[in-house]
Design a protein around this ligand. Structure first.
Ligand code: URA
Length: 242
């Protein structure tokens, strides 16, 4: 060790032995040091992702859209729902799941998970409405996926729910259909657990399938509760006051 560093180290050790717990740097003395910057100053934000999308013309869906439907909810959500793509109502309002299927999704979030739409984040595989509500095509998914991936990178949810075939297949990277995929957790990149379930619009047409989605959501709820419990048990104990 260089003599100066050894001196500083020795002096700090001496202060520590004397019971000194910190050094009286003021803002001026520490200005410019990296530790002084806000922790997330360099981190990507959802606003950055939205800015990067701009007035997108990366695929043919741009021709028929009214609004880009970026996503909505908490940027710190532990749970993210991913649908297929905006429908008519979403295209008009620029918000995901605000039509009839959205009302069904809201009921699932509130009545089964005991959460609100503001507690979670809701997005889609493609951000512009496919004509006549057809499924998004592979080139459209390919063009749009990087932005959903970035949104998930920013939010870092504990869990993802994939709503329907298009979302489940695109996020899990499989050709297996939703009926075979649902009912158990799979993994999205980075090890995030993902539960595929039926799309709310499908449930509106097939109410008998609601039972299966209910069961999937109970698994999601249990998993979220286990994650919260785990975090509580590993967090440092509260300061003890006699
Ligand atoms: N269906 C979807 O997949 N997404 C929406 O935002 C609305 C309906």
């Amino acid at each position: 060790m260089k003599p100066l560093l050894a001196d500083i180290r020795g002096y700090l050790k001496y202060l520590e032995l004397m019971g000194v717990e910190g050094l009286p740097f003021d803002d001026g003395a520490t200005a410019g040091f990296k530790d002084d910057e806000p922790e997330d100053s360099a981190a990507l934000t959802l606003q950055d992702v939205r800015k990067e999308i701009g007035d997108c013309t990366r695929c043919k869906l741009c021709k028929g859209r009214t609004n880009i439907v970026f996503g909505a909810g908490s940027p710190k959500a532990g749970l993210v729902f991913v649908g297929e793509g905006p429908g008519r109502d979403e295209d008009i309002k620029g918000l995901p799941f605000v039509g009839a299927a959205g009302a069904m999704l809201t009921r699932i979030i509130e009545r089964v998970l005991n959460l609100t739409r503001d507690d979670v984040y809701i997005a889609n595989i493609v951000k512009c409405r496919p004509p006549n509500n057809r499924n998004p095509e592979p080139d459209e998914i390919f063009a749009c996926m990087p932005f959903l991936e970035k949104q998930l990178e920013v939010i870092k949810p504990a869990l993802i729910v994939a709503l329907g075939n298009v979302a489940a297949k695109s996020l899990i990277g499989t050709k297996t259909g939703i009926t075979a995929l649902r009912g158990r957790f799979h993994y999205y990149s980075g090890g995030i657990k993902i539960m595929p379930t039926y799309h709310p619009a499908f449930l509106l047409r097939n109410p008998a399938k609601k039972r299966e989605t209910y069961e999937d959501m109970l698994m999601v709820k249990a998993e979220l509760e286990a994650i919260v419990k785990d975090a509580d048990s590993t967090s440092p104990p509260e300061p003890w006051t006699p």
